[in-house]
Write a protein that binds this ligand. Structure first.
Ligand code: GLY
Length: 467
């Protein structure tokens, strides 16, 4: 696969979509600049704007891409001063960027002011980072206001929407990057499962896992790794700390590596000791059943929301079976009783961001309903889409001790049992899933997830014998 050819084809599709949506004005797509950390002389870790990165395949701070209906694409490559080069490594030259990105007209960024000047009097669409409006000098332009550049917000929205829709289905270059990111995540999770033990801190586990991400080619974590032990496993976006895990508890790890801008996002939950306890195993198997059903059903044309609702039903039924909920699954899901224990959506689009763009079909919006409010995708699936499928069951004390909810769900919930499980924590199982022509492929399938497979890994890790 020639990277520049794939990127040219990607931009050709974008041009076609923009032309079809009536694009008749220049488009500027700045990559973004490093963001200063308030009150210091440091910067946040740099993230290129995903629209720029999608269109160029690279993430150069301070670069910009431009498009004109007649003239096509121009890339403006940042250059650094001698003073900058004392502190920072040199960015690729315009010629090097032309070779990597396939944008033949690749120029030094000092040409950007002239390009903008030549557009004077025409409205622009401004995609990518809008930091250029406030930080023009850092892009080598005197001031945005002196350019008399008028941003056409309608065109910006329309072209941004067309671009987001194209970004849903991943091409071969994206899938190559995502596959490597998922493989690194799988290796990191296996490393963590191999070292976790009574007395180890969440932080120590994070270190072992993330070291493996980096050894496998990860450039950084795709998001702040979530490592929660015991009750902390119920904190959906909990950050690892010095808490020490204990035999009898669960550990939940939700973490992924990022490679060339692309994220992986994988979750497993396992026991600190070699085996799940009875109730842990029962609840684990409910989550696993709901996940496997969703994987079996996922494929082109399937509505992501219907997968979420199916998983909600399975979780409700499982919670009835273990004695936590009472009633028919239909009534429980209609009342959102399951959401007391499954308070998030089934998953999201994955790509250049962990929660990648365009999860909602145009015209659809998140529903203002407890059981659906955090659903991050509502669209029919199609080949090439990469989504996560990540049901879970949690005992979140803040939700489960709330008097208003306890009253509302007085009949549907066995509150005595819930009170005994308030420090249970949570279980989530998450895979990264590529939709194919006739179903789906689980990209993270190499990471075992049945209770017995996980126990075998844990027994090995702890040097424990079975039974
Ligand atoms: N895995 C982190 C998230 O989806 O928010």
């Amino acid at each position: 696969m020639n990277q520049a050819d794939v990127l040219r084809e990607r931009r050709r599709r974008v041009e076609a979509a923009w032309s079809a949506s009536g694009a008749d004005r220049p488009v500027l797509i700045p990559a973004s600049l490093p963001i200063p950390i308030d009150g210091t002389d440091q910067f946040h870790e740099f993230h290129a704007h995903p629209e720029f990165q999608y269109l160029t395949g690279v993430a150069e701070p301070g670069a910009a891409l431009a498009w004109e209906p007649d003239a096509g694409w121009t890339l403006f490559a940042p250059s650094l001063t001698i003073e900058d080069l004392v502190w920072m490594s040199a960015p690729p030259s315009a010629e090097e960027l032309a070779a990597t990105t396939g944008v033949r007209r690749s120029q030094d960024r000092s040409e950007l002011a002239g390009w903008l000047e030549s557009q004077r009097g025409r409205d622009l669409a401004l995609l990518g980072s809008r930091d250029i409006e406030a930080r023009a000098p850092e892009y080598g332009i005197d001031a945005w206001s002196t350019l008399e550049a008028v941003v056409d917000e309608d065109a910006t929205d329309r072209l941004g929407q067309a671009l987001a829709e194209l970004r849903r289905a991943k091409d071969a270059l994206e899938l190559d990057r995502m596959t490597r990111a998922v493989d690194a995540a799988v290796a990191g999770h296996l490393a963590a499962q191999g070292v976790a033990r009574h007395g180890l801190s969440e932080r120590a586990l994070q270190i072992e896992m993330e070291a493996e991400f980096f050894r496998q080619g990860g450039a950084r974590t795709a998001y702040g790794s979530i490592v929660g032990s015991g009750p902390n496993s119920a904190i959906l976006h909990g950050t690892p700390g010095e808490r020490v895990m204990r035999d009898g508890e669960l550990v939940l790890i939700d973490a992924g590596a990022e490679i060339e801008g692309y994220a992986s996002d994988v979750t497993r939950t396992f026991p600190v000791s070699a085996e799940f306890t009875g109730i842990q195993r029962d609840i684990y198997n409910v989550v696993l059943a709901s996940q496997e059903e969703a994987l079996a059903a996922a494929g082109p044309g399937v509505e992501y929301k219907s997968l979420h609702l199916q998983a909600s039903t399975t979780i409700a039924q499982g919670l009835v079976d273990v004695g936590i909920l009472n009633g028919s699954t239909e009534d429980l899901v209609a009342a959102d009783a399951h959401a007391l224990f499954f308070p998030h959506g089934l998953g999201h689009m994955l790509g250049l961001s962990t929660h990648d763009c365009a999860g909602y079909l145009e015209g659809r919006v998140p529903e203002d309903r407890f059981g659906l409010a955090y659903l991050r995708a509502d669209l029919p699936l199609a080949p090439g889409y990469v989504v996560t499928i990540e049901p879970g069951i949690y005992f979140v004390p803040a939700l489960l001790t709330d008097s208003e909810r306890r009253e509302r769900y007085a009949e549907m919930v066995n509150w005595e049992m819930v009170d005994r499980l308030l420090d249970f924590g949570g279980i989530r199982i998450e895979d990264d899933v590529l939709i194919t022509d006739d179903g789906c492929e689980v990209m993270s399938a190499a990471l075992p997830k049945s209770a017995s497979e996980i126990e075998a890994i844990r027994r090995d890790a702890l040097g424990a014998s079975s039974g």
